[in-house]
Design a protein around this ligand. Structure first.
Ligand code: ZN
Length: 262
């Protein structure tokens, strides 16, 4: 069931085709900021720009609450800074930690295929990182993950720049780093990484292990968390990756779908 991905694609198209409401007055915001905010709220918070200025303020307040900013309903420097941070491309609108309908895998032995490799890192390094990123989820659930070359793999992983065939083009370096689809057949579970990022194993550039572990949370059925210490928080933040274990919030989320390890 890849309905979540399809929905986001439709919303992204809508966001670009609808007229923008007038910018809510505010000396410190420009028209460009306002346009960016409309696109951001449309994509990540399911804002419908037909809702006009009042709807915009409500959505902006929702976004500010979600990210624990001062809730004003108006664009300001802090809010704009949040909208420009490097992040995951999946939406934040969610009172739930799982996707609508609770899609999940019905088998515990999952397979994945890496269709291509980033030139930023050696192939063996990418393979190790991807397996480790799955293993943080396997550690606390009955799930296991095995790399295969078969086209029938449950989770397909690719690196791509710009448009890559799913209606959700990447955006060049920064901002959106990756996205992934909720469990299901076809594109369901697949994870895509923006090749325009500089993928690394360190705190320089974008750490592939941390982003992959986050995206695989989506591949397994978790949506974003409002908890800033959670792996499923939508923004990228470097933490030490040696001996990494899932934060508590993510353990609770994934075990709500698959139960504990035996
Ligand atoms: Zn995400």
């Amino acid at each position: 069931m890849a309905s979540a991905g399809a929905l986001f694609a439709v919303l992204a198209v809508l966001a670009h085709s609808l007229a923008l409401p007038l910018p809510p007055g505010g000396m410190d915001t420009t028209l460009a900021d306002h346009k960016r905010a409309v696109e951001y709220l449309s994509h990540y918070f399911l804002y419908n720009s037909k809702a006009g200025e009042h709807g915009f303020e409500e959505k902006l307040a929702e976004m500010q609450r979600y990210f624990r900013l001062t809730v004003t309903g108006h664009l300001n420097v802090d809010t704009m800074a949040m909208m420009k941070k490097p992040r995951c491309g999946m939406p934040d609108v969610a009172d739930f930690t799982v996707f609508p309908g609770r899609p999940k895998w019905t088998t515990t032995s999952l397979t994945y295929r890496i269709t291509n490799y980033t030139p930023d890192l050696p192939v063996t390094t990418v393979r190790q990182i991807i397996q480790r990123a799955f293993d943080v989820w396997a550690e606390v659930t009955p799930l296991s993950f095995r790399r295969v070359n078969s086209r029938n793999a449950d989770i397909v992983i690719q690196f791509a720049s710009g448009s890559h065939g799913d209606g959700l083009p990447f955006d060049g370096q920064g901002n959106v780093l990756a996205h992934a689809y909720a469990p299901g057949p076809g594109i369901g579970g697949d994870a895509h990484f923006d090749e325009d990022e500089k993928w690394t194993t360190t705190q320089l550039g974008t750490n592939l292990f941390l982003v992959a572990a986050h995206e695989f949370g989506h591949s397994l059925g978790l949506s974003h968390s409002e908890d800033p210490s959670a792996l499923m928080y939508p923004f990228y933040a470097y933490v030490r990756t040696n001996n990494y274990h899932l934060p508590r919030d993510d353990v609770r989320g994934i075990q709500s779908l698959y139960g504990r390890r035996w």
